[in-house]
Each structure stands twice: as C-alpha cells, then as structure tokens.
Design a binder for this molecule. Structure first.
Ligand SMILES: *Cc1c(COP(=O)(O)O)cnc(C)c1O
Length: 405
C-alpha cells in the first residue's frame, strides 16, 4: 500500500482550520497529535450508543462495553507484540504509567541502591525517579548525552553494576528526535539483572514497537501522541513483574474480596486499574492504532524520514542556524536555535503566520541546561505534514528572522 497524503489529510478535520486568517500548519506533534475522523467518531459513537460501565452490570450495554473494552486490550497487546493481554495495564498516559512503576518500586529499594536514567528524559521520566530516590535513600545516576544528542554508551557501561535496581530510559527523545539503541541498552542492563522501563511516548507514532523483541520489563505510551484521545495510556509490563509489584491505587475493580479485616487484590492487569476506566479512550486508541497500521508503519517511517531530511536541509540553508540533536538515528523532530535570538520570539511570530511550533525546554530542562541554551524552537512532524508545509514554514521563519534582526 502506498502513502496517500491527500487521503490522510482529508481524515483530519482540524487541518482545514485557519489561525489568524492563515491555513494552520501544525508542527507540534511531539506535544500532541491531531485526531482523524475515525477516532473522533469512535468516541462520539460510544457516548451516543454504547455508554455503560464495565465489569459490573448484567445488562446488555454493560456486557457489550466490557467485551469491547477487553477486546481493546487484546488488540493493543497484539499491536506491541506482548505475550499476553494480562500484561497491558490501562492508565491515563505515559506519566501515570511511569508513576505507577515508580510508586510500586518504593518498597523494593534500599539506601545504597541505584536508579539509572539519562539526561535526555522528559520530566515524566525524571521527576518520579528523583522523588523515589529521595524517599528511599537510593541514588539517582544519570547517563549523559554526546554533543550530537546521542546517548553516551561508554558512560552507560561505566554506570551499570549490581547496585542498580532499575534503568528507566526514553526510546526517542522528545527534544532532539534521537532514537536510542534501546535493544542494545536493554541487553546491557540485563547482563547485570537490571530491569528496564522504556518511555515510548514519542516512539509509538513513529517506529514499530515490539516489546518481545526489545525484551524490556516495562513499556509506556500515551494515546494522544499516536493520533488517539487525550487521557488514555498504556503500561506494558512482563507478567511476573506485574504479579510481584504492589498496586499503587486502591478502590473498586482492583480488588478480589473485601472484608472489614482484609482486602485481597484482583489478578493482573486489574490489580493496577482502580476505579472506572476510560472505556471510550481504550476503544478510540484501538481506532488510532488501526489507523496507522492501515497506512503501514514502514510507510510512515519512510515518509517522515523524507520530511526530516527535507526540513533539515532547508533549515541549514539559514545563517546562524544551530540544530540541537543531530544523531544518526533520529525521527522527524528538529530542535533549533538561530544566533542568539530567543526561541520564544521566533515561536510567537511563527504562530502569527499560522505555523504552530513548540518553544522552551520541552519538559526536559536537565537536557536543555546540559547544552547551556535558553531552550529551543522545536518542529515535530507527523503523518499529515508535507514538504509544501515545510516550504511555507521556512518562508515564515525567514520573515520572522528578518523582523527580529
Ligand atoms: C509527552 C511525553 C511524556 C508524557 O506523556 P503524557 O501523555 O503527558 O503523560 C513522557 N515522555 C516523553 C518522551 C514524552 O514525549
């Protein structure tokens, strides 16, 4: 199957929108992606025709909702090639998935233990571990990045030892687009018996994810970054790990029996899903994953790669252009600075010309500090972006730079 860009663009109603009388150019897919009509319809249909709580009622609607909800779990398990649907915990997003594990690890860590992360982590994969270490007396150790934004693998080697109780690392940097050699990293960690959590928030929309092949203990992602709805996410965990971890929230659904004296917990994954879940979120996530599967992940990789190369070339024609993150393996995310112009000024003017970019530290302040820069302008491209849009963006950027000169 080919890559029919016109058909894809037609599926995303918001792309017809104008801002300040200009056609919207949406280059902020790293923050959240837009939703195709199929996903929007799925959510609407749920509330129009299906709404009911799951796992509780004997009535028709509840039984149907439960079946649909559990089928979503099966689909998502298959999509990332998990061994079993029991390994798929539904959460509100990557942030909650990571916090769940950090919380459940609190009684596994002692003073003198270590937790390893990298300096390119999103705050979501940074702060929970920092807090966990503060609360347990464990030490947080950080793998630095090289100048080009790739991970310093020699430094990683030097930090691996038996004291490390967990390695938490991003698959793809949300600031630089760097694709970490995650399989190799996991294998290295396993040599020391270290479990690995992968933050896949940026990876899920751009590359194929196979948790069995990666052999990670945990994998996290958010639906809204892969053309699905906000407020829904996934935590994949190997079943023996999930079986042995403490639940992190208590309430309905996650229990097996409750008496005044004692509560026993439900089996996985329900043990980690307290309260009423986001049922339409699960259904719409499946719709989004089907959408990209239908286009073909390989086609997406190829197309976005083309956009990345084109945009990089065009940007580098601009004087005093500095791209932060030039690793060999990267996705369609480009962070840049021009001379000593503040990123915020560029972002504001681009916005007025209809181009939505992100500016600032991108929730990765330690990384930005590492480069001693005030932040960056970031464009992050998705399946519906085009070379024509890049041309318009470059023209707008040149105008912007002339105004700020
Ligand atoms: C967006 C993002 C997160 C946080 O995801 P939420 O959906 O906000 O929970 C974590 N890590 C990376 C790399 C991200 O890009």
């Amino acid at each position: 199957m080919g890559f029919d860009i016109d058909k894809i663009r037609a599926d995303f109603p918001i792309l017809k929108r104008e801002v300040y009388g200009k056609q919207l150019i949406y280059f902020d897919n790293g923050a959240t992606t837009q939703k195709p009509q199929q996903v929007i319809d799925c959510i609407t249909n749920y509330y129009l025709y299906k709404n009911s709580n799951v796992h509780r009622g004997v009535h028709k609607l509840s039984v149907e909702a439960t079946t649909d909800f559990e089928e979503s779990r099966n689909y998502i398990a298959e999509f990332i090639n998990a061994e079993s649907e029991k390994e798929i915990v539904f959460t509100s997003g990557t942030t909650e998935s990571i916090n769940l594990i950090a919380n459940s690890f609190s009684n596994l860590l002692d003073k003198g233990d270590e937790v390893l992360i990298s300096s390119m982590e999103h705050h979501s994969n940074f702060v929970p571990w920092q807090q966990l270490c503060e609360n347990t007396g464990a030490k947080l150790k950080i793998v630095p990045v090289n100048d080009n934004g790739s991970l310093d693998m020699d430094f990683l080697d030097s930090l691996l030892n038996e004291k490390v109780k967990l390695l938490a690392i991003t698959h793809i940097s949300n600031v630089m687009g760097t694709i970490n050699p995650i399989k190799e990293i996991i294998a290295k960690a396993h040599n020391y018996g270290i479990p690995v959590l992968v933050d896949g928030a940026q990876a899920i929309a751009h590359i194929e994810i196979d948790v069995k092949e990666l052999d990670c203990e945990f994998y996290c992602f958010s639906s809204h970054k892969v053309y699905g709805p906000m407020g829904f996410g996934v935590l994949y965990g190997k079943s023996h790990w999930l079986n042995n971890l403490q639940p992190y929230q208590y309430g309905g659904e996650m229990i097996s029996t409750v008496t005044i004296d004692k509560t026993t917990f439900n089996e996985i994954p329900y043990k980690f899903e307290a309260g009423t879940p986001d049922v339409p979120g699960a259904l719409a996530t499946v719709e989004a994953l089907k959408y990209i599967k239908n286009i073909g992940i390989k086609n997406i990789v190829e197309y976005e790669d083309e956009l990345l190369v084109y945009a990089t070339q065009k940007l580098l024609e601009i004087d005093n252009m500095r791209i932060i993150g030039t690793a060999h393996h990267k996705t369609s995310v480009i962070s840049f600075l021009v001379g000593d112009i503040h990123p915020y000024d560029i972002g504001t003017l681009l916005d007025q010309m209809g181009v939505a970019v992100r500016t600032g530290n991108h929730c990765a302040q330690p990384l930005i500090d590492n480069y001693c820069i005030p932040g960056t302008v970031r464009i992050s491209l998705g399946i519906y972006n085009t070379k024509q849009e890049i041309d318009i963006f470059i023209e707008a950027l040149n105008k912007t730079l002339a105004m700020l000169a």
